[in-house]
Design a protein around this ligand. Structure first.
Ligand code: ATP
Ligand code: MG
Length: 317
């Protein structure tokens, strides 16, 4: 951590969620929100809440949706100096509804929102030059401006001895052009830590079974892979290290959105603070589990003290 803060680049959104389970938004219905959201924003908020130095390169509109987010991030200790405030673009948004099988439908406004205007401002440039780690969210690679900043940040931070993590997190609704996939493969080739969930591991490796996918990525130079398995917990794979499995904590899932982001942030922050992989994995599991107990993607972020208590008090599956 001495090298500089953990930074990320990408969408800050408000999330507005359906209060009922069902398919999509084709009829009037009741909604809850706005909640602060956006995968990179949730991630960086969780880093800061744990006491990690944290900053985000992003954009919001000059509106309440933007203020709601920036106030939360600032209050939780995130450096907000590289969040641009755009007068002519509204803050991005995501409407989400859960289907009976747990799958989600989204209506996103990202490309034509302030989040779609991300670029290398002088504040962003200054931040990149003093950063020690870049976390890349797959969602952000679908924003052309953010993509350029991310590739620049990855190169710059690695050149000064910093590290890079990647959460593939690619949503079907957001994959609209080849640029996202090309830049994804570029980041994948140099990342030190990969944080996939479900099918993302297979897609990233181009292999259809878990062991083969893990072996392929470790052989290609990835240092650590931490696989998220939802209510099945998570697993760690490191080059030359024994595999570690971590059972999930037993919690009542109220809202799964944001679990993966909190998990990744907790894992990375623990590792950057010098914790061993098994302890980092346990804290990450706790951060993911705590997050799903709260409605709203960023409402369940945890301090290190909250994680410690949760780990002691909560049974595991
Ligand atoms: P998202 O992209 O929606 O944020 P994800 O698919 O990246 O999520 P998940 O695997 O759903 O990530 O969740 C991340 C971690 O959080 C899991 O590996 C697990 O440790 C914890 N977690 C998630 N859901 C639950 C649950 N229902 N019970 C206990 N732990 C959970
Ligand atoms: Mg995810």
């Amino acid at each position: 951590e001495a090298l500089g803060p953990t930074i990320t680049v990408g969408e800050i959104l408000v999330e507005i969620m359906a209060t009922t389970v069902g398919t999509g938004f084709l009829e009037p219905q009741s909604l809850a929100g706005p909640y602060p959201s956006g995968a990179p924003a949730i991630f960086i908020d969780q880093v800061a809440r744990m006491g990690g130095a944290a900053a985000i390169i992003a954009g919001v509109g000059d509106d309440d949706f933007g203020r709601l987010n920036v106030d939360r991030l600032r209050q939780d200790g995130v450096d907000v100096s590289a969040i641009a405030i755009h007068e002519d673009w509204p803050t991005g948004s995501a409407f989400v509804r859960y289907r009976p099988d747990g799958a989600r439908d989204f209506v996103f406004n990202i490309a034509r929102s302030a989040a779609g205007q991300i670029g290398l401002t002088s504040a962003a440039e200054a931040l990149v030059r003093r950063a020690g780690h870049v976390h890349v969210m797959g969602t952000a690679l679908t924003i052309p401006g953010a993509r350029e900043v991310i590739l620049y940040a990855v190169e710059t931070v690695q050149a000064r001895g910093g590290s890079v993590s990647l959460d593939p997190n690619l949503r079907k609704e957001l994959l609209t052009d080849d640029g996202a996939l090309d830049s994804f493969n570029q980041v994948l080739a140099t990342a030190d830590l990969l944080l996939p969930s479900g099918e993302e591991l297979f897609t990233a490796a181009g292999r259809a079974d878990e062991a083969a996918a893990v072996a392929k990525l470790l052989e290609s130079g990835m240092g650590e892979i931490v696989l998220k398995r939802g209510e099945q917990g998570a697993s760690f794979f490191g080059r030359g290290l024994p595999r570690i499995d971590c059972a999930a904590f037993t919690v009542d899932e109220v809202d799964p959105t944001g679990a993966g982001d909190c998990f990744g942030a907790a894992y990375l922050t623990c590792r950057r603070k010098g914790m061993a992989p098994d302890a980092a994995l346990l804290h990450a599991n706790a951060a993911g589990a705590r997050n799903v107990t709260r409605l709203g993607p960023m409402e369940g972020v945890s301090t290190l003290a909250e994680l410690t208590t949760f780990i002691v008090e909560t049974p595991r599956r």
